[in-house]
Design a protein around this ligand. Structure first.
Ligand code: MG
Length: 368
C-alpha cells in the first residue's frame, strides 16, 4: 500500500480513548474495521431500510448492502489517491450504524419526538453507537475506535453538540475539514446511493427507461449502450448503464481531487485538515449529480408507494417512542448507560437501534 504524506498513517494515529496493546497482524485501522464488522449494530443494518422496506422484496438494498457498496468504492478511490484504504473502509462500514429503522422516515419521526430533548440525527448517532452504545468488550464501553475513524464517522454536527464531543468535535468549531479518507467516504456514500437507488427504483417498477432518460448522464450512456448491445435484456441494459455511470463519476472524482491535491500540496493530514475540502467533482459532474438527486427526490422518494411506506414508518416509530415513555421499564438496562441521559434519549437510542422488522413486531404486539 502506497500512502502519500497527506494521508493518515496508522502508525501516526491520534489514538484511542483507552490505550490498548498493538496486535501482531493488523494495523489500527484494520482492527477498527474488524470491530465494526463484529458489532451487533453492523449486523442489524441487514434489516434496516435503504429506500424499500425490508419486506418489499429480497433484491433491494438494505443499509448493510449500501454500506458494503460505499466501502468498495471508498477503497478504490482511496487507493487511487494514495490514501489509507483500511481507514476509508472502516469509516464507510460504520457511517450508517446510527440509522433508525425505516430509513429517513424513521429518522424524521424520531427527530420530531425528540424536538424538545435535543433532537435526533442519524449521523451523530453513528458516533454514539461506536462510542457508547455498543457493549461487548470487558475493558470499556463502545468499540474504543481510533480518532481517525471516529472523525470520519462524524460528518455533520452543530457547534452546540460539537462542544460536547471533545477532540472529535473541534473541527466543527474551528471550521476545519476531516482527513482525506473521511472526505472520500462522504462522496462515495453519495455515489453509491444515487446509483443503487436508481437501480432499486427500476426493479420496483417505479422508474423506467423513459423517465430515467430525463437524466443527462443516464441518457448519454444509455444511448451508447443500446447502440452497442442490441440483443440483451432490459436488466442488462440497466446494469450496464449504471455501471458505466458510476465509473464516469468515480473517475471524475479521482481526477478532480488529484488536481486539487496538486494545487494545495498538503504535506500532512493536519495541514490538509486546515485547507478547503480537496475531494470534489468537476462543476459539470456536480451539476449532473444534483440532477440525479433531484430526480430521485421527485420521482422515487416522493412516489406514492414510497410515501405510503414512509407514513406507516412514521406512525410506528412515533407509537413506539410514546409506548416507551409510558413503559420505561421495558427498555433493557444495557441502554441505560449514563445517568446524565434523559429518559427520552435512552428511548431514542433503543428505538433507533431496532431493525424494521423488530420495530414492526414490537409495534404490533403493543398495539393489538
Ligand atoms: Mg449512507
Amino acid at each position: 500500500m502506497i500512502i502519500a504524506p497527506y494521508a493518515c498513517h496508522h502508525n501516526q494515529s491520534k489514538g484511542r480513548q483507552f490505550q490498548e496493546e498493538l496486535t501482531l497482524f493488523r494495523n489500527h485501522f484494520q482492527r477498527d474495521r474488524d470491530r465494526i464488522i463484529h458489532s451487533a449494530s453492523f449486523r442489524r443494518l441487514q434489516y434496516k431500510t435503504q429506500v424499500f422496506v425490508n419486506h418489499e422484496g429480497d433484491m433491494f438494498r438494505s443499509r448493510l448492502t449500501h454500506s458494503l457498496e460505499v466501502a468498495q468504492i471508498a477503497r478504490s478511490v482511496a487507493r487511487t489517491l494514495e490514501c489509507h484504504e483500511d481507514l476509508a473502509e472502516a469509516i464507510a462500514l460504520a457511517h450508517d450504524l446510527g440509522h433508525t429503522p425505516f430509513g429517513h422516515a424513521g429518522q424524521d419521526a424520531l427527530n420530531e419526538c425528540m424536538k424538545n430533548f435535543g433532537g435526533f440525527e442519524h449521523n451523530p448517532q453513528s458516533l454514539r453507537v461506536v462510542d457508547v452504545l455498543e457493549n461487548r468488550y470487558a475493558g470499556f464501553r463502545g468499540l474504543n475506535l481510533t480518532f481517525e475513524v471516529r472523525e470520519g464517522i462524524l460528518k455533520h454536527c452543530s457547534k452546540k453538540n460539537a462542544r460536547l464531543l471533545g477532540e472529535v468535535g473541534l473541527r466543527f468549531i474551528a471550521g476545519n475539514q476531516p482527513s482525506l479518507e473521511a472526505q472520500i467516504v462522504n462522496y462515495t456514500d453519495e455515489i453509491a446511493y444515487i446509483h443503487h437507488d436508481l437501480d432499486d427504483g427500476f426493479r420496483s417498477g417505479i422508474l423506467n427507461f423513459k423517465n430515467l432518460c430525463d437524466l443527462d448522464l443516464f441518457n448519454e450512456i444509455y444511448q451508447n449502450v443500446i447502440h452497442m448491445h442490441t440483443s440483451v435484456t432490459e436488466e442488462q441494459i440497466l446494469n450496464e448503464t449504471i455501471r458505466r455511470m458510476m465509473n464516469v463519476m468515480i473517475k471524475n472524482l479521482c481526477d478532480e481531487t488529484h488536481k486539487k491535491i496538486k494545487q494545495f500540496n498538503p504535506q500532512s493530514p493536519d495541514e490538509l485538515r486546515q485547507m478547503p475540502p480537496l475531494v470534489d467533482f468537476s462543476p459539470l459532474m456536480a451539476r449532473l449529480m444534483m440532477q440525479i438527486k433531484k430526480f430521485s427526490r421527485d420521482f422515487l422518494y416522493q412516489h406514492p408507494r414510497i410515501q405510503a411506506m414512509s407514513n406507516d414508518a412514521k406512525k410506528t416509530t412515533t407509537a413506539l417512542f410514546n409506548f416507551f415513555l409510558k413503559n420505561y421499564d421495558s427498555i433493557p438496562v444495557s441502554f441505560k448507560v449514563d445517568e446524565q441521559d434523559t429518559r427520552e434519549r435512552v428511548i431514542a437510542d433503543y428505538v433507533a437501534g431496532m431493525t424494521d422488522r423488530y420495530a414492526n413486531n414490537y409495534f404490533n404486539s403493543t398495539n393489538p
